[in-house]
Design a protein around this ligand. Structure first.
Ligand SMILES: Cc1cc2nc3c(=O)[nH]c(=O)nc-3n(C[C@H](O)[C@H](O)[C@H](O)COP(=O)(O)OP(=O)(O)OC[C@H]3O[C@@H](n4cnc5c(N)ncnc54)[C@H](O)[C@@H]3O)c2cc1C
Length: 383
């Protein structure tokens, strides 16, 4: 297995880095403080394919390989957690299911809007009573009535719905059929009976809107079904497998940003007659962070590479997400430690990055759920 990036991938990485350095990173604190994404930057993203990473070219997409997607999401994570999460969710959770299972008519209706840089897509799985245990807990239901589905229920913690032309929504269509009783429906904001509530007040990622949705007899046409009826749970699992690679990449970016801040600060700050970077305890933090980021990056690249090879990548994606999110937690924690009191101040970026990264061991499957996925795969291999 060869981890050397191709010339094309390196060029793309450089282009996204330069864009993020100019258009995203300098505004990250403002995005966090205002709670608003910087649309001036998002509108420019189609030039680099960032709003259409794996959308086919015929719909205006960049049709990139997964390794390139990882490179792009690491740069976005390095620049701004809020922007990176909204872009990752848009690509991995909304565009991807549409590309994978959408009919020609559904793709024509939604993909041009989604790739335009004027909107961001959304996927609604989680509910007030169901996150990790979607199969056991999802209550939102859809029943057929004439030429429509009627949806009732609620969704919680959903990224981007206020910007979405379409919300891919997981519903129960057959209460007796277990995991075969779920389907995905394409729901347009503005449909009567759908309420998109005010954004949650969160610890971090404040620019990325996270909202609750209520469905009160929401009527959508029968052809709003995404793929086949009864496939919703399998579609969810497949979407999350890929999404985990993206979150892993985003974690690399967050960790790298905090690491850079920590090293730069350590080289300047003096204590006991020398730069704190010359104290061995600080050097160990730097060495551990450099090593762990590298290890996590290799794992994220491997999962992406396996996906590009058309090979099974579920275990490796869970491992990569688990590793990268827990590395981000440690690296960001230590970057604050290196800054001393200044790290605890809103004046220094490490405070925001720490708050932003905290979601990463929770969203798109908690660390505990990643371990369940990994263990299930390992035990199957031993059986
Ligand atoms: C900022 C943000 C953005 C989000 N974006 C989206 C989105 O776009 N779409 C969407 O659908 N959802 C989204 N979510 C929801 C997120 O994916 C869920 O919160 C997450 O999956 C965890 O679910 P939960 O909060 O219900 O926790 P629970 O499932 O209630 O878990 C609580 C705790 O119990 C542990 N636990 C649960 N089951 C087990 C088990 N079997 N073994 C061991 N431990 C277990 C968990 O690991 C966790 O520590 C978002 C959340 C946030 C905060």
């Amino acid at each position: 297995m060869d981890f050397e990036l191709t010339q094309e991938q390196k060029m793309y990485q450089r282009a996204v880095h330069d864009f993020c350095a100019a258009e995203v990173k300098p505004f990250a604190a403002e995005v966090d403080a205002s709670g608003e994404l910087r649309w001036e930057a998002i509108r420019k993203m189609p030039q680099l394919g960032l709003t259409a990473l794996q959308v086919p070219e015929e719909y205006g997409g960049a049709a990139l390989d997964t390794v390139s997607v990882v490179l792009a999401l690491e740069e976005l994570g390095w620049a701004c957690g809020s922007t990176a999460l909204s872009i990752a969710a848009h690509n991995g959770l909304c565009c991807a299911p549409l590309v994978n299972w959408g009919s020609a008519a559904q793709k024509e209706r939604y993909l041009p809007k989604l790739v335009s840089g004027e909107a961001l897509g959304s996927l609604a799985l989680t509910e007030p009573g169901a996150g990790s245990d979607l199969a056991g807990g999802v209550q939102t239901s859809a029943v057929k009535e004439g030429d429509s589905w009627i949806i009732d229920g609620s969704k919680a913690w959903i990224t981007n719905p206020r910007y979405a032309p379409v919300i891919v929504t997981l519903v129960r269509t057959d209460k007796q059929a277990g995991t075969r009783g779920f389907s995905m429906l394409l729901v347009e904001p503005g449909t009567a009976g759908l309420t998109i509530h005010a954004p949650e007040k969160k610890m971090g990622l404040n620019g990325s809107p996270t909202q609750m949705l209520s469905f009160d007899e929401v009527r959508v046409p029968l052809d709003a079904l995404l793929g086949a009826e009864g496939q919703g749970f399998q579609q969810t699992m497949q979407t999350l497998d890929s999404g985990r690679i993206g979150i892993g990449a985003l974690c690399l970016g967050l960790a790298r940003a905090a690491f850079e801040e920590g090293v730069n600060y350590a080289r300047q700050r003096r204590a006991f007659g020398k730069a704190i970077a010359d104290h061995q305890a600080i050097q160990w933090m730097i060495a551990d962070a450099a090593t762990e980021i590298d290890a996590a990056r290799l794992m994220v690249y491997r999962a992406a590479w396996l996906k590009d090879q058309g090979r099974d990548f579920s275990k490796q994606a869970a491992m990569a997400k688990l590793m990268a999110s827990e590395v981000a937690e440690r690296v960001c924690r230590n970057a604050i430690q290196i800054h001393g009191s200044y790290g605890y101040s809103r004046e220094f970026p490490v405070e925001r990055i720490y708050r932003d990264q905290r979601l990463m061991t929770i969203g798109e499957g908690t660390s505990e759920i990643q371990r369940l996925v990994i263990a299930r795969n390992v035990l199957r291999e031993f059986a």
